[in-house]
Design a protein around this ligand. Structure first.
Ligand code: MV4
Length: 503
């Protein structure tokens, strides 16, 4: 096994990775910026080294410094986490040149999936369904795009080839609008990625965003760990994820799982990866992109499968076989993750900074909290506002929702505003309870109640819930369960007093 792993990341994901290193008996190294001198990941690791000033460009993105530190301290592998250097082909290649194992896929797989046109083409050639759109790779002129657009049909999306995650995306409703939108998409892509190439895809409306977790070793074994439903997003930032998807059935899971494995094989994938699909109301599914890294929302999959995904990443990077065969993977119960962000949901989700002066974490049966902060920690605006992930498990989806409500009520954070009230509202929303949501829900059909009205608006209108129930039996059962157990257990007032006491 590796002797020492350097974790090239910060916050909750660095701590998450360090935990598995500890369990596997592998020594660990943290790197940190000046803003993170007293961060949890620095305290948790066996050794820690300063990278530079707070801005990521001068710290967590300094590939050269990180590789240098790894060499000097004798680390034989680097785990990149997510974000920062995780999907940079050049970083994976530099690690290899330095004789250090990059815990992730080969540079060629990162490159093939990182260029979204290449990814579309590669997986389509392997028999994976893609959204109807432009074919081929490389740059297309405006004239070529305008020529092909009517055959794709409107509305359509202009997507940046170097993009992903919705960056540089434009929606066009008619041919007349297209030239200006292509122009602005190219400009945004050029300045964000230094690559102005764009392609077109038919816009799938009202689809769900469902992704499949895969694991692959160096011996051609590729398995999938089922799906995560990530449809609850705001401005392409996921807010709530769950596994399994309330929309899924076993037949669709098997089909999408097999297709995801095919997509991974098409680029010779090794390590953990995620295939994103759009699934329409008729259960047709289409490849969107592949994320060649560990994802923020990986815990919901860990919770329902019992698989330590980070451990499998480390094992496969070291040349071990996967610990599981496909038939060993059994889903049990239901998991929901709420991303706890230092953002004010009552004020347009404005980021909130400050020192955390008091906090109580929810615990107890079926609860997992992955966080990189603690009492005394200063939340700054240098990095993403996510300060914790609250993950719950329940035997059924309904039990998971009730448990999440309980956990959200227990969770106290004083010093920064958080989006916990948003999650509480969502856990009481009829649409969420009924599993009836798609990618537009948060932005188009959801609004926060006024703070003082919160409790009233939370009281469920049972008739309305049943009126909106879908025919899906599992979903119906979970909504009924929630309804049957519904009563106002909020101790918001008491907790409000507690919070004021500690201001
Ligand atoms: C789409 C789509 C509908 N049709 N592509 C967003 C992030 C990136 N992974 C791709 N995304 C989408 N691609 C086609 N052809 C819908 C999304 C999408 C989305 C779009 C607008 C607002 C929120 C969204 C949330 C998830 C996915």
């Amino acid at each position: 096994m590796f002797k020492k792993i350097l974790v090239a990341n910060r916050g909750e994901i660095a701590v998450r990775i360090l935990r598995t290193c500890r369990e596997l008996g592998i020594e660990s190294v943290a790197v940190y910026s000046e803003a993170d001198r007293s961060a949890l990941h620095v305290r948790y690791a066996d050794e820690a080294y300063l990278l530079g000033p707070a801005p990521s460009r001068e710290s967590y993105l300094r590939a050269d410094k990180i590789i240098d530190i790894a060499r000097k301290c004798g680390a034989d592998a680097i785990h990149p986490g997510y974000g920062f250097l995780a999907e940079r082909e050049s970083f994976a290649a530099s690690c290899a040149e330095a004789g250090i194992t990059f815990i992730g896929p080969k540079p060629s797989a990162i490159a093939a999936m990182g260029d979204k046109m290449t990814a579309r083409n590669t997986v389509a050639a392997a028999g994976v369904p893609v959204v109807p759109g432009t074919e081929g790779t490389g740059s297309m002129t405006d004239a070529e795009l305008l020529n092909i657009a009517p055959r794709i049909g409107f509305p359509l999306l202009i997507k940046a080839s170097a993009g992903g995650g919705g960056k540089g995306m434009r929606e066009a409703t008619s041919l007349a609008d297209l030239p200006a939108l292509i122009e602005s998409a190219r400009r945004e892509a050029e300045s964000a990625f230094g690559d102005g190439n764009v392609y077109l895809e038919k816009l799938l409306e009202g689809a769900r965003h469902i992704e499949i977790q895969i694991l692959a070793d160096q011996y051609g074994n590729v398995i999938h760990l089922g799906e995560r439903d990530c449809s609850l997003q705001r401005r392409h930032q996921k807010l709530i994820e769950e596994a399994p998807s309330p929309f899924m059935d076993e037949e669709l899971r098997q089909k999408m799982g097999e297709v995801a494995v095919k997509a991974a094989r098409s680029v010779g994938y090794v390590n953990a990866g995620t295939i994103e699909f759009l699934v329409d109301k008729d259960k047709n599914f289409f490849f969107l992109e592949m994320n060649t890294r560990l994802q923020v929302e990986h815990p919901v999959t860990e919770v329902v499968t019992g698989v330590d995904i980070v451990a499998e990443q480390i094992r496969t990077a070291r040349g071990r076989q996967l610990s599981y065969k496909q038939e060993d993977v059994v889903l049990r119960g239901h998991a929901i993750e709420c991303r706890i962000n230092a953002e004010d949901p009552y004020n347009g989700f404005l980021p909130s900074t400050g020192r955390i002066t008091h906090s109580i974490l929810p615990t107890g049966p079926g609860i997992r909290v992955d966080t990189g902060v603690y009492i005394g920690f200063e939340v700054t605006s240098f990095y993403a506002p996510m300060i914790a992930k609250l993950i719950v498990w329940g035997e059924t989806r309904g039990q998971a929702i009730l448990r999440m409500r309980r956990a959200l009520e227990e969770y106290r954070i004083v010093g920064v505003r958080t989006n916990i009230p948003f999650h509480q509202t969502m856990m009481n929303s009829h649409r969420f309870m009924g599993g009836q949501y798609d990618t537009r829900f948060v932005e188009e059909r959801f609004s926060m109640p006024e703070p003082e009205e919160e409790r009233e608006t939370h009281l469920p209108d049972i008739a309305a819930v049943f009126a909106t129930l879908v025919a899906h039996r599992e979903t119906q059962r979970s909504a009924e369960f929630v309804m049957r157990n519904e009563r106002d257990t909020s101790n918001w007032k008491w907790m409000g007093r507690w919070e004021r006491m500690h201001r």
